[in-house]
Design a protein around this ligand. Sequence first.
Ligand code: ADE
Ligand code: ZN
Length: 340
Amino acid sequence: MNPFIQGLPKAELHLHIEGTLEPAMMFEFAKRNQIELPYASVEEIQSAYNFDDLQSFLNLYYQGSQVLKTEQDYYELTWAYLQKAADQNVRHTEIFFDPQSHTQRGIEFETVYKGIYQALVDAQAKLDMSFQLILSFLRDLSAEEAMETLKTALPYKDTIVAVGLDSAEQGNPPSKFQKVFEAAQAEGFLTVSHAGEEGPPEYIWEAINLLGVARIDHGVRSLEDPNLINYLTEKQIPLTVCPLSNVELKVFNSMAEHNLKKLLDRGLCVTVNSDDPSYFGGYVAENYQAAADALNLNQTELYQLAKNSFKASFLSPENKQKLIDELDEYVAAKSLRLTS
Ligand code: ADE
Ligand code: ZN
């Protein structure tokens, strides 16, 4: 790992907490909760992580989540991620959780929420890392089920900044959830949505026009629509791009073919994130590193990506500025001469 990347103050804005379940932890929780796993070893799990597309990943991801049962499990899962993030100088993190993948199995929303939230509060105190929590609806389930989930979350709405949309994209357009998102906005939630990961640019337009999103998660297929690129650039609607995820899920055939640099060169507010690090082979710094290696990103571009991560966050303007100042100090201390 390049020490410049490791130490770069950064925010992570696209991270599914269920996607941080490392194989060893999966075994530990399965044993503790007396759940049978279809794998005999950590190595067997790792060799199963060979994906053809988003759906082939989601099948294993939801299967993996089933080992999570108690508040302690959710706490330990989240705490383990936060420690790794702190080691990579993640100064602020915005975490997705998928309540429906747990409530569908009979786990209470409160159990999931409390474990995750307590770890985040502890990280703020012990690791000096700020956070936001984003509730994500599973788009392959019905809009009615999403609405039910929203209602369940209302008692906790002061600590959940936004709602999002994830899971199988193709055939589940943002328009399916327009009413749910309107209800969420009326309750004060911000909105984000996965769009243009596997789905077409039209889904990105729908997320903007029908769901009122503040950011697009992934959005890499935006490059197919010049009008959309112009719009995203003009409005500076951020994209939370996840390079290793896109390559592992065959959105791009290789990192060298990833369009991250093209998007950055076009002036979009692009950020780098890890999505589901335990499944895709790296946390956020490994994502910066892999993109930098394959796309020849220089330190000015890496700085820009980190700066974008703070700009695109749901922090207050004052807190954004504090972290951008910290980033500027980091760069100044390294005596870097940034090129324009
Ligand atoms: N859930 C977890 N990771 C996801 C991804 N990359 N796309 C859609 N849903 C997800
Ligand atoms: Zn995602």
